[in-house]
Ligand binder design. Structure first.
Ligand code: SF4
Length: 109
C-alpha cells in the first residue's frame, strides 16, 4: 500500500463543510477550505471534495444536465461542478461516487 494512503486516507466529504470551513472565490464557484484541506471542496449546492475525488468520472457520466466539467487531466483530473445552478437534484452523482466525495444540497425556496 502506498505511503500516502496509509497516513492520509481518502475521507468522505464533510456534510457540514459550510459550517466547518471558510469559502474563497473561484470563478463562479466557492472553494471551501480549512487547515487540513489541501485542495478543498469546490462548489456549494453541488460540492465536490477535491481531496477525496479520484476522477473516475461516474458523476460526469450520470449527471442528466451536464453540471460537471473536468478540472485538470490524467490521473489528477477532478470533477468540477461548474454549472451547479443547473442541478435538478436527482442525487445521482452522490449515489455513484465511490469515495462519497460529493454532497448535493437542495436549496429551500
Ligand atoms: S444531483 Fe443530479 S443533476 Fe445535480 S449535479 Fe448531481 S447528477 Fe447532476
Amino acid at each position: 500500500m502506498e505511503f500516502a494512503k496509509i497516513f492520509f486516507p481518502i475521507l468522505p466529504i464533510d456534510p457540514n463543510f459550510q459550517a466547518n470551513r471558510f469559502p474563497i472565490a473561484y470563478n463562479t464557484l466557492k472553494v471551501w477550505k480549512n487547515a487540513s484541506s489541501t485542495l478543498g471542496i469546490y462548489g456549494t449546492d453541488v460540492a465536490v471534495d477535491f481531496d477525496s475525488c479520484i476522477g473516475d468520472g461516474a458523476c460526469v457520466e450520470v449527471c442528466p444536465v451536464n453540471v460537471f466539467d473536468w478540472y485538470g487531466c490524467g490521473a489528477d483530473r477532478k470533477a468540477l461542478p461548474v454549472r451547479e445552478s443547473d442541478c435538478i437534484y436527482c442525487f445521482g452523482c452522490e449515489a455513484v461516487c465511490p469515495k462519497f466525495a460529493i454532497r448535493v444540497t437542495k436549496q429551500q425556496t
